[in-house]
Design a protein around this ligand. Structure first.
Ligand code: HAM
Length: 419
């Protein structure tokens, strides 16, 4: 039985041949995500992996809806696995915002599902860090979110030479479109054409734009100039004051594909342009209102960062640490008559918080010792019986090869002293 296309198995390291996804690397990424969100005062939340289909059909935009893993459940409900977290968090905030002080700053890293064509950087499931802020309309909040995005990437060892945040503004594009007599009802259609310009053949984009009353050269010139609009200048100045100016550049080539964005939008890319977007986000001031059917109105913004492109980039830049085994101590059992005492020792050392391995069945002593070395253990312990019949423990430091014999009840203290 093979796994489904676009899905991953996560193995512990060292990885088997042809299995690129490591659970150790995943945990490393998750730890940095969680730690950086904490430093910015974000609280963790989660939601259901399965949602009513309707949550996505009119809020997320055509591209995501075409990629839904949706079905009718046994209760005749139209449901979908979550393709993104934003509608869920908007619903959760709309339901419970009264219980929280504003601004609400929340993060999560859900596993998301999109029926895409599996390719480099795109799978049918991924984990996505979501950091979102609710209840603040000032661009200072946009700067805070972008700073967090930058620091998440920096926490993994990436620098301003590795990545850049391309900053843009849907309002800037809205004004561009309006100034050329564009039909406001077709603005989203226009944004979608701009969103695809970098990947689409120029003739195709030109034709689609013409149908909307805009010329491709006009659009290209606006992107090339990328003159910061006032709301973007505020964000640039704010990030500059934090010493993060080198990580951002205004680039109207970014507009984002999702339907709900209303203001500043951005995407993180590797500087060499080799990979797909590492992260993307922006302001979506109407979504809470829409999801709550007009009951709650809160400005909102945030970003999503997937683990797939990120892991590819970290590997390429040699920023994946080596994941040594977690075993600290190996208890050697060379004399089976000492197994009961050895088990007592194993239990005692584990209860003190140390990772302990030992042989489950009678095994040759040299084999056990070799295994301790392979596991990268710090020490071996061996229960010894004296001529008088009392038991003691021989501790061997595998780095220095020094040995000491301590009474059974002093092992924990001796290990703490030696660590
Ligand atoms: P998105 O641009 O669709 O935005 O996804 C954000 C990031 O998730 C992408 O830049 C990429 O790293 C990763 N990603 C998306 N789809 C896949 C896939 N099929 N395979 C691997 N990685 C993928 C959103 O989802 C927004 N809801 C983000 C957001 C949060 N905006 C505001 N708050």
């Amino acid at each position: 039985m093979e796994r489904l296309p676009g899905f991953r198995d996560f193995y512990p390291e060292p990885l088997p041949a042809n299995e690129p996804w490591s659970c150790d690397l995943r945990n490393h990424i998750f730890a940095r995500w969680r730690e950086t969100a904490r430093r910015y005062g974000f609280r963790e939340y989660d939601g259901p992996p399965l949602e009513p289909l309707e949550l996505y059909t009119n809020k997320s935009g055509a591209e995501i809806v075409a990629q839904l893993f949706n079905f009718v459940d046994k209760g005749e409900r139209a449901v979908s696995l979550r393709p993104e977290m934003t509608p869920t968090v908007a619903r959760m905030v709309a339901t419970a915002e009264r219980a929280y002080k504003k601004p609400i700053k929340w993060f999560s890293f859900p596993q998301l599902f999109r029926y895409e064509k599996p390719q480099k950087g795109r799978l049918r499931e991924h984990f996505q860090l979501n950091c979102d802020l609710f209840g603040e309309a000032d661009p200072g909040a946009d700067a805070e979110i972008v700073a967090l995005l930058i620091d998440v990437l920096r926490s993994l060892g990436l620098t301003s030479e590795d990545f850049v945040i391309r900053l843009s503004s849907r309002q800037a594009w809205q004004r561009f479109f309006a100034a050329r007599g564009g039909d406001p009802a077709r603005a989203y259609e226009f944004y979608q054409v701009v969103d695809k310009i970098e990947r689409e053949r120029p003739e195709v984009s030109a034709e689609k734009l013409q149908a909307l009353g805009v010329s491709l050269t006009d659009v290209q010139e606006f992107i090339r100039a990328s003159v910061p609009e006032p709301e973007l200048q505020v964000v640039l100045d704010n990030l500059g004051a934090r010493g993060l100016g080198a990580f951002v550049a205004v680039d109207y080539g970014v507009i984002r594909g999702l339907a709900y964005y209303t203001g500043i939008v951005f995407e993180a890319f590797d500087r060499k342009g080799k990979f797909r977007a590492i992260a993307g986000g922006g302001r979506y001031d109407q979504l809470v209102h829409q999801v709550s059917e007009g009951k709650v109105n809160l400005p909102a913004l945030g970003f999503g960062m997937g683990d797939v492109v990120l892991a590819e980039l970290l590997k390429e830049r040699n920023l994946v640490p080596s994941f040594a085994g977690a075993v600290e101590v190996v208890v050697l059992i060379e004399d089976e008559t000492l197994r009961a005492d050895s088990l007592r020792l194993v239990q005692q050392v584990r209860e003190a918080g140390t990772a302990v391995e030992f042989t489950l069945v009678a095994t040759k002593g040299d084999k056990q010792f070799k295994r301790a070395l392979e596991l990268g253990a710090r020490q071996t312990l061996r229960v010894e019986r004296s001529a008088e019949g009392t038991v003691a423990v021989r501790i061997k430091n595998l780095r220095t090869r020094e040995e000491q014999v301590v009474p059974f009840d002093q092992v924990i203290a001796a290990l703490a002293g030696a660590a």
